[in-house]
Ligand binder design. Structure first.
Ligand code: 4NP
Length: 152
């Protein structure tokens, strides 16, 4: 069983979208028994809150739902639980590397778009600021099959 943890700043936009899209890929490919998936925040700001309406709308447009999700900040247990920590932008990477309890956990932290040749080093910008939730969906939907291929 592989444990994949998606992380963004608030855990109400990008990372719950990633969790829903990745879980859907696992279902389509009959791989649900091989992976456990979760998403968390680097910040406690949105703790207890559901995904942003724009995130839910973008997911719904693609037949997905994350309305039961609630934001929570990452813990030391999450770092230990995860085999791979997929994060969205450079601030997420820097924060997680600073928060990681040890070097092994820090080394689990990956930038999502690094998996796509030609997009290495690029961020998935925060739709909380850009309001471009469909762009966020498309970037995640492009990158996550490549992550699944790399991890499966
Ligand atoms: P996310 O978006 O990191 O993609 O969930 C954000 C959500 C909330 C805030 C920032 C980004 N905030 O500042 O509350």
């Amino acid at each position: 069983m592989q444990h994949v943890l998606f992380v963004c700043l608030g855990n109400i936009c990008r990372s719950p979208m990633a969790e829903a899209i990745f879980n859907d890929l696992l279902k389509q490919r009959h791989l649900t028994s091989q992976f456990a998936v979760a998403s968390v925040a680097t910040s406690p700001e949105e703790e207890g809150n559901p995904p942003h309406p724009g995130a839910l709308k973008a997911l719904r447009a693609h037949g997905l739902d994350a309305s039961d999700h609630r934001s929570r900040p990452i813990t030391a247990e999450d770092f230990d639980w995860a085999d791979t920590i997929i994060t969205m932008d450079h601030a997420n990477v820097a924060n997680l590397q600073r928060m990681a309890p040890n070097a092994t956990d820090a080394a689990k932290v990956k930038l999502c778009l690094d998996i796509l040749p030609g997009r290495t080093g690029e961020a998935i910008d925060d739709p909380w600021y850009t309001h471009k939730f469909e762009l966020t969906y498309r970037e995640l939907a492009a990158a996550l099959p490549a992550w699944l291929a790399a991890l499966a």
